[in-house]
Design a protein around this ligand. Structure first.
Ligand code: KIV
Ligand code: ZN
Length: 501
């Protein structure tokens, strides 16, 4: 069995998705979960891109041990200096530097000749090597490059000291067999390829990212790069959970093994979804809420006779518990603790008491509290800055056109009340919050959905605010009252923006 290294870029390429901005605390929370999942490398950010990203990479490098912490750079001295500084306290630092190698990138983006590109690539790797021994080189847009030129670049950067060579399909253009052939071509033609790990990094523009990555692994690549839930720029990156479970389920076909603990997949997916605000589609492979549901009568009959008739993965394998305890307002702390442990949460003492009190409030409003409700309850107990608190809220509406909202917010200890009208309760609510907080961002999107399936379900509201500088910030709120969920989501988006500055 060949060892497959798992390189997670949720915090870098994943964060490049439209509408995602993660602060240091959020990145750390995801980082700790990625360690539990067992990834080998965490790409924590692109330090030269902003002071906030520099700070995030620095904190992650300082706090997270036992895992390679990687920072991205362009092939320029300034980026590499900043990245090296951010990684200074990492136990295992890696600098990920690179440059475009396709004709269009070289001519249009860099306005450099192929020879100049090779020179810059070599110089960047040599410069990064002065700081760290582990240097990964990415040949951006490698799939659309001339394979012979790609071989030349890779050979040169390995000679310059690159320990990992990344062959990205940056624009998601490849077909699986073509991407596999490119990886084979590199492995068979680059001199001293055995001195470096070959890495695959695919994007999902044509829905091929998982298939292409698997083709690359089959062709001999030993590192897979991707994100949790496949989040990322445009149509996203390779979904790590899909690749991991393909290899786990069809280990006969790949001849590789990773050190991933598959039982942490579900928890990691939920955490990334909660923190980034990017909802996982119900039918998403492996981590969608319907991925293990059997709806048709024929399938249900088959599964009841033998699970394997229609189930190729047992839900427990990815950490979905088979819970037999039903939680309601009559349940005690012990039952709650047991159910939370089944979902992967270890809490004791004051934290358990806090969650239990909020559980009782929720259970009073619902007949039964489901796993999904518990996830929300746990998510609600951390993650936000809590600098703006919703203290009171009332809405008056005649049910036809206009509504008036009165809201009291506690902002950094100070109580502030105001009222405003709107063309419906939610609009009036948001207008009032805008008045109190002097918000200038515009509402770009607002959605509401139920978290569980009963009529007293918990509502989940998502709000996207667009700021003057073009940045999109996303907020989430949960409550059995959908107006309250909307207010919480709006406040969450406002808090996040303040928190990021
Ligand atoms: O898709 C890509 O080419 C990248 C590189 C910067 C590694 O994300
Ligand atoms: Zn990428």
């Amino acid at each position: 069995m060949r060892r497959l290294y798992v390189f997670d870029t949720t915090l870098r390429d994943g964060e490049q998705s439209l509408g995602i901005t993660l602060n240091v605390k959020e990145k750390l929370e995801i980082g700790h979960q990625l360690v539990k999942l067992g990834v080998d490398v965490i790409e924590a950010g692109f330090p030269a891109s902003s002071p906030g990203d520099m700070e995030s990479v620095r904190t992650i490098a300082q706090e997270m041990k036992g895992v390679i912490i990687c920072g991205l750079t362009r092939a320029v001295v300034k980026d590499i200096d900043i990245c090296a500084e951010a990684l200074r306290n990492a136990e295992y630092p890696r600098i990920h530097t690179g440059i475009g190698v396709s004709p269009i990138h070289m001519a249009k983006k860099f306005k450099l000749t192929p020879d100049q590109i090779v020179e810059q690539a070599i110089a960047a790797v040599k410069y990064a090597k002065k700081y760290v021994s582990d240097v990964e080189f990415y040949a951006e847009d490698a799939f659309r490059s001339d394979p012979t030129f790609l071989v030349r670049v890779i050979e040169e950067v390995i000679h310059a000291g690159a320990t990992v060579v990344n062959i990205p399909d940056t624009v998601g253009y490849a077909n699986p067999w073509e991407y596999g052939e490119l990886i084979s071509f590199v492995i068979n033609n680059v001199k001293h390829i055995d001195k470096a790990i070959v890495s695959v990094h695919c994007h999902n523009d044509l829905g091929m990212a998982t298939a292409n990555s698997l083709a690359g692994i089959k062709a001999g690549a030993s590192q897979i790069e991707g994100t949790i839930n496949g989040i990322g720029e445009r149509a996203g990156n390779t979904s790590l959970e899909e690749v991991i479970m393909s290899i786990y389920t069809r280990h006969d076909g790949y001849g590789v093994e990773s050190k991933i603990n598959t039982r942490e997949i579900s928890a990691t997916s939920r955490l990334v979804s909660r923190i980034t605000g990017v909802t996982v589609p119900d039918h998403k492979a492996i981590v969608g809420s319907n991925a293990f549901m059997h709806a048709s009568g024929i399938h249900q009959d088959g599964v009841l006779k033998d699970r394997e008739t229609y189930e190729i993965i047992q839900p427990e394998t990815i950490g979905i518990p088979q819970n037999t305890i039903s939680l309601s307002a009559r349940s005690g702390r012990h039952a709650l603790k047991y159910c939370l442990e089944e979902l992967g949460y270890q809490i004791e003492g004051a934290q358990l008491e806090d969650v239990y009190q909020r559980f009782l409030l929720l259970a009073d409003q619902k007949k039964e509290v489901f796993d999904q409700d518990l996830y929300v309850l746990m998510g609600d107990s951390g993650g936000t800055a809590d600098s703006i608190l919703l203290r009171d809220m009332s809405i008056a509406t005649n049910g036809v056109e206009m509504a008036t909202a009165t809201v009291t917010l506690e902002i950094e200890g100070e109580m502030m009340t105001d009222a405003a009208c709107g063309n419906g309760p939610v609009n009036a609510l948001f207008n009032t919050i805008d008045r109190i907080t002097k918000n200038v961002a515009t509402l770009e999107d607002y959605t509401l959905k139920s978290v569980t399936r009963s009529s007293e379900a918990l509502g989940e509201a998502t709000v996207k605010l667009r700021y003057e500088d073009g940045r999109l910030v996303l907020g989430k709120g949960f409550s059995t009252d959908i107006i309250e969920a909307s207010a919480k989501a709006y406040i969450n988006a406002l808090e996040k923006r303040t928190f990021h500055k």
